[in-house]
Design a protein around this ligand. Structure first.
Ligand code: MSP
Length: 639
């Protein structure tokens, strides 16, 4: 296989339910890996799809009075919609009910039958339908619970074909030894090794008591065990078993990376390589195993009502902000926790404040002084040279973490650089230089543009459309075919930028209307709303009258006014209000208003806001301050 290709796969999802946050997570990782390799100049092939056979699907379809085919067909659109929403750029969506897949699985089984790797026998044991797995009883219990999910199993006694898995035990152990990076992270490989060392039994690979599956070659009473059928998708999708597609298969196999969750490691790191060894095919280069996502520290489950729907999440927060959050906050190698509070905080602080605002401040400032074309500087000052060196360090370290699949560390490293660019911009005070030293002013703009260009290219695998938007604002059309990490590394900051003012790149959560944020808490089961609140709830809110003693606009924001408010004995508090659309600071100066003063102080544009001013909206949408009718002493509490 040529060095310059990269084949990445996701597990194929059971066609029994809509996609949820867990399925999104596996798929997102694969998408980011694929885009990252494209940025490294590789041609990539990215496979995802659905696992549509087996007892679980048959039973679920029966329950709702559909045929299994009708049943699985009803979920496909939901997967495709979710992946489109999240800008998942897959090359193929395979379905295991596709006749081409079925024929190619049969081709593989025929080969193994012919060479004696499969034999007929009978299986007498236990089966877990939710996991679609055979369970070996351990301990004293007659009817064992599933060793993976803990649910009850059912007795199965049937004639079956066995795959000679035991024959591959030593070969597998040799393989793991020779390829310590076969499974990432390494700890997962140790679990696999001990499982194999404890002894492998031959694998029952056909069922006669169910009919929804790939018919066994020459023995259609049997259908292929659903896990064997499903694992084969990774090769059937790219043409295994079809002479007409031999070249395509040779181009892509072996896969460079197979992404999967920790619950399905045994299937991928034991059964799958053994089947490939038997088929005389190369093994995938690496399996990347990710942890599980919990929601508010609890397992996601229908009964708890906390299953997160990716589409609702994207509607509420934007798909690319969710992509960033999942990769920034959840390390791939451990279990992680999802909470909307964290997500909102991450959007406001990392995306809106640190990144979006940097772009916005720079472009607005340049615009204010009529500077749109920003030419490179002939001789950079030492401060700019320092920033450029920092950018190269950031690229190197980001690259190292991305190659090791440490997305959270890569992003944390990049944010260190973003903060450096922010500090540089702030310290140079370009708004003063604009008048006093136009040459230095242009240098600050140019250095900031070059830095943002690097940041956007590095972040493209994580937030592709947002970063393309950012680059458009710098006058750069992103074309992945022409982009490369190499050119960023070698870039000597010689570009000209054509700045364009654009809409805010990321909206802060606190600026959203209240109904929008409440509507967007999708991880919670719909709560029954009480019509009444208790008096205690009213008392909790400390509402005070205060006089605005100073008011100024905030240069970095089009909406905010910063006020100092006198609350008499309570002292003076700094409070921000997003009302510039209707008021100039001087309109508010000296006015009294009503404020919530016991809100938790929060950071806005790097400064603390210690309360909230109350406004009432008129029919035209204008906000009016809420005032007592007569003049009252400052600090008076509303009752
Ligand atoms: N159909 C099998 C895979 C066959 S691959 C040849 C399957 N499907 S699944 O739909 O149950 O799970 C698919 C993937 O979603 C797995 O990688 C699993 O780990 C992942 N997730 C499901 N729930 C998850 C979380 N709560 N968190 C993170 N990922 C989890 O298994």
């Amino acid at each position: 296989m040529a060095q310059n290709t990269f084949y990445v796969t996701t597990p194929i999802y059971y066609g029994t339910a809509k996609p949820h946050l867990g399925s999104l997570y596996s798929t997102l990782i694969a998408d980011v890996e694929s885009r990252w390799q494209q940025l490294n100049g590789k041609e990539t092939y990215f496979l995802t799809g659905t696992d549509e056979h087996g007892q679980k699907i048959m039973q679920a379809a029966e329950k709702v009075g559909k045929t299994p085919q009708e049943f699985v067909d009803s979920f496909i659109a939901a997967y495709q919609e979710a992946w489109n929403t999240y800008h998942i750029d897959y090359s193929q969506f395979i379905r295991t009910t596709d006749p081409r897949h079925i024929q190619r699985v049969q081709a593989l089984i025929s080969k193994l039958l012919a060479q004696g790797d499969i034999y007929k026998g009978s299986y007498d044991g236990w089966y877990c339908t939710p996991c679609e797995t055979y369970v070996t009883p351990g301990g004293q219990k007659e009817n064992p619970d599933c060793t993976d999910c803990g649910r009850p199993t059912e007795k199965v006694s049937e004639e079956t074909y066995f795959f000679k898995l035991s024959k591959y035990q030593d070969k597998l152990l040799e393989w793991y030894k020779a390829h310590p990076d076969f499974v990432a992270p390494k700890e997962r490989l140790n679990e696999v090794k001990s499982f194999v060392e404890s002894g492998l039994k031959d694998l029952s690979m056909s069922r006669t008591t169910i009919s929804w599956g790939v018919p066994f070659p020459n023995d259609p009473e049997h259908v292929v065990y659903v896990w064997v059928d499903a694992l084969c998708n990774y090769i059937t999708a790219i043409g295994y078993g079809d002479d007409a597609e031999k070249k395509q298969f040779e181009k892509w196999w072996p896969a460079n990376l197979q992404v999967l969750g920790k619950d399905i490691v045994r299937f991928h790191a034991v059964y799958w390589p053994a089947l490939l060894m038997a088929a005389e095919l190369e093994l995938p280069k690496q399996l990347l195993v990710h942890g599980w996502i919990q929601v508010d520290s609890q397992k996601m489950s229908k009964s708890l009502g906390n299953v997160v729907d990716p589409i609702e999440l994207a509607d509420a927060y934007g798909a690319e902000a969710v992509r960033y959050y999942l990769l920034r906050k959840i390390p791939v190698n451990t279990d992680g926790n999802f909470s909307t509070g964290d997500l909102e905080q991450c959007i406001t602080s990392d995306l809106a404040n640190d990144l979006g605002n940097l772009l916005h401040r720079m472009v607005s400032l340049a615009d204010r002084y009529g500077r749109h074309e920003i030419a490179p500087v002939e001789v950079w000052s030492s401060k700019a040279v320092h920033l450029r060196d920092e950018s190269w360090n950031a690229i190197e370290e980001y690259k190292m973490h991305m190659q090791a699949h440490e997305f959270h560390l890569a992003l944390a490293r990049l944010w260190k650089f973003i903060n450096k660019v922010n500090a540089y911009f702030h310290e140079q005070e370009p708004w003063k230089l604009a008048k006093s030293d136009p040459h230095a002013f242009l240098e600050v703009l140019s250095a900031t543009c070059h830095s943002l260009r690097i940041i956007a290219a590095l972040l493209w695998p994580i937030m592709p459309t947002k970063m393309e938007e950012l680059l458009r604002s710098l006058g750069h059309t992103f074309d992945i075919k022409k982009e490369s990490i190499e050119s960023l590394e070698l870039g000597t900051w010689r570009q000209t930028f054509l700045l364009k003012k654009m809409d805010t790149l990321f909206q802060k959560i606190e600026e959203k209307p209240v109904e929008e944020t409440t509507k967007s808490a999708p991880e919670k089961a719909p709560e029954k709303k009480e019509d009444y609140i208790k008096i205690d709830d009213v008392i909790k809110v400390d509402l005070r009258v205060g006089t605005i003693t100073s008011a100024e606009s905030v240069p970095e924001s089009e909406k905010l006014i910063k006020m100092q408010v006198d609350f008499g004995d309570l002292g003076t508090k700094q409070i921000f209000a997003g009302v510039r659309k209707w008021y100039q600071p001087e309109d508010l100066l000296g006015k009294q208003g009503t404020f919530v003063v016991n809100l938790k102080p929060r950071k806005m544009l790097g400064q603390i806001s210690e309360g909230m001013m109350l406004f009432a909206e008129d029919a035209a949408g204008k906000l009016h301050p809420v005032n007592p009718e007569g003049l009252v002493p400052n600090g008076v509490r509303l009752r």
